[in-house]
Design a binder for this molecule. Sequence first.
Ligand code: PLP
Length: 475
Amino acid sequence: MLESMICRPSNTLLEVMHEINNNCRSVAFIECPVNGLVGVVTDGDIRRAILSGTPLTQQISTVMNLNYVFAKSGATLTELVGYITNDVKIVPIVNPENFVVNFYSSDQSVSYPVSTPNLSGKELTYLTDAFLSTWISSQGEYLDQFEERFANYCECAHGVAVSNGTAALHLALMALDIKEGDEVLIPNLTFAATANAVIHANATPVIVDIEKESWCISPEALEAAITKRTKAIIPVHLYGQPCDMAKIMHIAKKYNLRVIEDCAEAHGAIYEGQKVGSFGDIGCFSFYGNKVITTGEGGMCVTNSKELSARMILLKNHGMSTKKKYWHDVVGYNYRMTNLQAALGVAQLERIDKILQSRRRYENDYRKVLADEDIQFQKDYPERKRITWLASLLLGSGHNREKLIDKLRLLGVDARPFFIPLSEMPLYKKYAQSQSYSNSIEIGRLGINLPTNESLKSSSEIQKILKQAFNERND
Ligand SMILES: Cc1ncc(COP(=O)(O)O)c(C=O)c1O
């Protein structure tokens, strides 16, 4: 591509027009063999020159832009993005000798998104079926099937489908009667929805540090944070890794605390032979588009308690009595999932084992190609069968995370930094306590997620890109 964007000052307008036509980028970089880049010309510049009578045989050097924007190799993504304006859509990147070695385009598309859904199974068939049935709202056969089958998959007796994972957490808190004045222990390293759900319940989230090795909530730090007001714990099975549920359940029993597992990133993970989501009072899942299985937006609460299930069904449907239409004893919510979403969920669930295998294959390939790098992938424990949601790893001290992410982005790979610890954000700082958050702060600072995606076409291509980005990290 780059070759077809470079022309000589002696080329004619017609020759440069041919090159621009071939490269489909609407621009050519004019380079002379001695001084490197000397000008930039767009198809618009040529069009204007022709309209003002310049012959097609004239040299491009008389028409090219001399006041062009360029970047030096090693420029960060932020710097490159900063050059883009309404007039400048493509920025040449030059080496120290002033020769073009790359370019940045405002439409630089990501070839390897961190996670995109694969809807290649029965998704369209079931969705069409639900559509044609006209049961497109929050009742229908697919909803019943999805709730039953997903609960079964999680080894739970009941499943209550909801509109998203945050609603699942909030519904669980409300069903457990968590309210103002109550404290709920949550890990410092999690997606903010965990904290938000507690705040929406008018309760107080209390931030707890994580284990250095599993990156999940630390049972020791958790026990140290318990007060008379503590009512519940939300262990988050972060990046597919199960929390230490034996210790957490022991503490919960000892202090009579309720447990809501946040399983948004851990569909199918197993702790001591038992599926996550089935340990606590309620397990909450997300089916957002980047999750292991998706319904577009969506979530589910799973539980073994008939009472809690009934309470959640009531609350998610406006608090309307199931016995008497339009009779309300509680102020409820509309947290319902639609039958259309559930149709996708049923199809996704049919392929969940394959999806998990495929994501793990990507992680294993990354492990191989980056074996010599100073990095640390997620830890495997004999009693915790984690799943791969996004391949997650910590960078050693020789790496500059932001530079690496920028570089990968330039090469079309959408790598993500880990979540920012809650205690680091002014919004949530007030929920931090006096205990140390050194583990979450260090891991939050060093971690990146790599694309782990059933739909990714070529594992070898992305491996090549990764190798290149890691090799060039100090450029
Ligand atoms: C740990 C965690 N909890 C909760 C959520 C919220 O799920 P949703 O986006 O479906 O509301 C997410 C994901 O987005 C998450 O990663």
